[in-house]
Ligand binder design. Structure first.
Ligand SMILES: C[S@@+](CC[C@H](N)C(=O)[O-])C[C@H]1O[C@@H](n2cnc3c(N)ncnc32)[C@H](O)[C@@H]1O
Length: 258
C-alpha cells in the first residue's frame, strides 16, 4: 500500500497560460477553487491566486536566476502537502508539458499512489506570437513550426536549432535570449541572415515589449529595445507582411535611422 493515508491526497497540474490571467482555461479556474494548497511558479499571474483564497499558497519559482527550490524539493513538497493537506494544485506557466517539467512531477507523485490530473494550458510558444498578430503557419508561407528550447538542461544551445534552421518551418525558441548571438550566427552561416525575426518579452502582459527585424539586425534591436527574458524568439517569413505587425517594422526603420 502506498504511504499516503490521506484519502483527499491528490495533485492537479494546471497550465495557467502565457501570462494574461484571463488566458487560463475555465477548467483551470474550477480546479483552483477546489485547491487546499497551491504551489505556483514564477511566470504565473498572482491575480489567479484570488480564485483560491482559502488555499495555502506557496511560491516555488525561480528568483533572479537561481532556483528557490530544486525540482527534487518541489516533488517532495507536493507529496508532503498532499499527505498533510489534501488537494495540491501545481500552477505552472503556459502548458505544464511544454518545457514545464510537469511529467516529472506526475511520475513522482504517482509513485506514492497519489492520483493526479492534468489541465492543459495555452502555451506561450503559440499564444505569444498569436497575440501580437504573428501566425505560426500561413498558407503559402509556412507549413509547420518547431518549438525549441535555446538552452538545454546542461546550459548548452540545443542542437535542434541548427536542424530547424535548415528547414522552411517557422521556428519558435523559448529560453533563447542568453544564446541569441549563437542562434543568429547559425542562420547567418546558412545564408539566412535576411530571414524575418521577432522577439517578444512578457507576451500578453501589460509590460509586453517586442522587436521585429531580421536575423542580421536582431542583436542590435534587442539591445536598442532592452529586451530580455522571459521572451520568445520567432524566426521565419511569417513574421513579415502581417497587417498587425507591419507598424513594428516601420517603427524599427525610424529607430535604426536615428
Ligand atoms: C520554462 S519555459 C516554460 C514554458 C511554458 N510551459 C509554456 O508552455 O509557455 C519558460 C520560457 O517560456 C517563455 N515564456 C513564457 N511565458 C512567456 C511570455 N509571457 N512572454 C514571452 N515568453 C514567455 C520564455 O522563453 C521563458 O523563458
Amino acid at each position: 500500500m502506498p504511504l499516503t493515508m490521506n484519502p483527499k491526497a491528490r495533485l492537479t497540474l494546471i497550465g495557467a497560460g502565457p501570462g494574461d490571467p484571463e488566458l487560463i482555461t475555465l477548467k483551470g479556474i474550477k480546479a483552483l477553487e477546489l485547491a487546499d494548497v497551491i504551489l505556483y511558479d514564477a511566470l504565473i499571474s498572482t491575480e489567479l491566486l484570488k480564485y483560491a483564497p482559502k488555499a495555502k499558497q506557496i511560491y516555488v519559482g525561480k528568483r533572479k536566476g537561481f532556483h528557490r527550490y530544486s525540482q527534487d524539493e518541489i516533488n517532495e513538497m507536493i507529496v508532503d502537502q498532499a499527505i498533510t493537506n489534501g488537494h495540491v494544485v501545481r500552477l505552472k506557466g503556459g502548458d505544464p508539458f511544454v518545457f514545464g517539467r510537469g511529467s516529472e512531477e506526475i511520475d513522482y507523485v504517482e509513485n506514492y499512489g497519489i492520483p493526479s490530473t492534468i489541465i492543459p494550458g495555452i502555451s506561450s510558444s503559440i499564444a505569444v506570437p498569436s497575440s501580437i498578430g504573428i501566425p505560426l503557419t500561413k498558407r503559402g508561407v509556412s507549413e509547420s513550426f518547431w518549438v525549441i528550447t535555446g538552452c538545454t538542461s546542461n546550459r548548452q544551445l540545443s542542437k535542434d536549432v541548427e536542424l530547424a534552421a535548415q528547414s522552411s518551418a517557422t521556428i519558435v525558441i523559448l529560453m533563447g535570449m542568453g544564446k541569441l548571438a549563437q542562434i543568429t550566427e547559425i542562420f547567418q552561416k546558412l545564408n539566412r541572415g535576411n530571414t524575418p525575426a521577432a522577439v517578444i518579452q512578457n507576451g500578453t502582459l501589460e509590460n509586453e515589449k517586442s522587436g521585429v527585424g531580421t536575423i542580421n539586425d536582431m542583436l542590435q534591436i534587442v539591445k536598442l529595445k532592452k529586451l530580455s527574458s522571459p521572451a520568445i524568439i520567432i524566426i521565419g517569413e511569417v513574421v513579415k507582411n502581417n497587417k498587425k505587425v507591419n507598424h513594428l517594422y516601420e517603427k524599427l526603420e525610424l529607430h535604426l535611422a536615428s
